[in-house]
Design a protein around this ligand. Structure first.
Ligand SMILES: Nc1ncnc2c1ncn2[C@@H]1O[C@H](COP(=O)(O)OP(=O)(O)OP(=O)(O)O)[C@@H](O)[C@H]1O
Length: 290
């Protein structure tokens, strides 16, 4: 019997990349003999609504075209549904896709994984009643995000560089209480991150070494460092060479509470809400083509 795939496209992801790659993916799936129903989302709510409709519609699988925001929205209804779920990376960050080892710049190759039909299950974090597909973090990076979001200039990623430099001028290490399972850690830190996968921010290995299906959360505490050291840390995060550095404390656990007054937590690149935040793990919650 012909497999039927629902292709849910966020055309705005990756500043329009989603719209451009969708026809390529549809053609690839159809040429492999699959039946494809394509749905273009018109707003954020459409991603969950359409994914939910598709689960009961007789489709064999869903494929989402988009970035981490789109995957986050889709995961809210696809998690624990058992519905196999394909990802065509089309965002600016694509950290979920990176974490499960998908081809990031080759939509046809990502489509081929759906054609091949091999699936695996991956863990999701849960925080504030939402499934989180990559990383929850709060600290220096929250303040940079907040500042960057309030800026109208410059456009694009350079806004984050400007915001980082501006925030560095006044930033002081924050007081945290981090509870990992039964272990309570009271510490000053630059930021605390909790992830099921290794990266956020488009490849920064904040939870380097996180394994997406080990049933555990990876916790990173960046200890207080000088402004210069913090600036030096960011390029290291891209390469993952910060691992083992004395300023980086790494732990693993099944539940985490992050507390720090006045700090907003971010999850999958979007604001999640003010700390404190409790994070738990839902092992094997998503079934993905990979
Ligand atoms: N038509 C639309 N369909 C779906 N989402 C939309 C739409 N318009 C705006 N959005 C919003 O776009 C956000 C960004 O999408 P997404 O995260 O997939 O792309 P991105 O930001 O380019 O990639 P990344 O998060 O990987 O950096 C979504 O979280 C959603 O809130």
């Amino acid at each position: 019997m012909t497999r039927k795939i629902a292709l849910v496209v966020n055309p705005t992801s990756g500043r329009g990349l989603g719209a451009r790659v969708a026809p390529v993916v549809q053609a690839r799936l159809e040429s492999a003999g699959l039946t494809v129903d394509t749905y273009q989302t018109t707003c954020a709510e459409d991603v969950g609504r359409i994914s939910a409709e598709v689960i009961g519609s007789g489709a064999d699988a869903v494929a989402l075209v988009g970035g981490d925001g789109t995957i986050h929205l889709g995961a809210q209804v696809l998690a624990k549904s058992g519905m196999p779920f394909g990802v065509i990376p089309a965002g600016t960050g694509n950290d979920f896709a990176r974490g499960i080892g998908l081809p990031l710049k080759d939509p046809a190759a990502a489509a081929d994984l759906i054609v091949a039909g091999k699936t695996r299950t991956v863990d999701l974090a849960v925080a504030q009643g939402e499934f989180i597909t990559t990383v929850v973090a709060g600290g220096f990076d929250s303040l940079v995000n907040k500042r960057a979001n309030a800026m109208t200039w410059p456009k694009g990623n350079s806004r984050y560089t400007v915001a980082t430099l501006a925030e560095l001028r006044t930033f002081k290490p924050l007081e945290y209480v981090v509870t990992v399972d039964d272990q309570v850690i009271e510490t000053r830190a630059m930021l605390v991150a909790v992830g099921t996968g290794p990266t956020y921010g488009g490849g920064l290995q904040i939870c380097a070494g996180a394994v997406v299906d080990d049933g555990l959360l990876d916790i990173t505490i960046i200890q207080p460092v000088s402004r210069l050291k913090l600036l030096q840390l960011f390029p290291k995060l891209s390469k993952g060479t910060h691992v083992g550095h004395p300023m980086v404390r790494a732990l693993r656990g099944r539940s985490v509470r992050i507390e720090s007054p006045g700090i907003t937590a971010y999850a999958d690149g979007e604001p999640l809400g003010p700390l404190p935040v409790d994070v738990t793990i839902e092992p094997g919650a998503l079934t993905v083509f990979a």
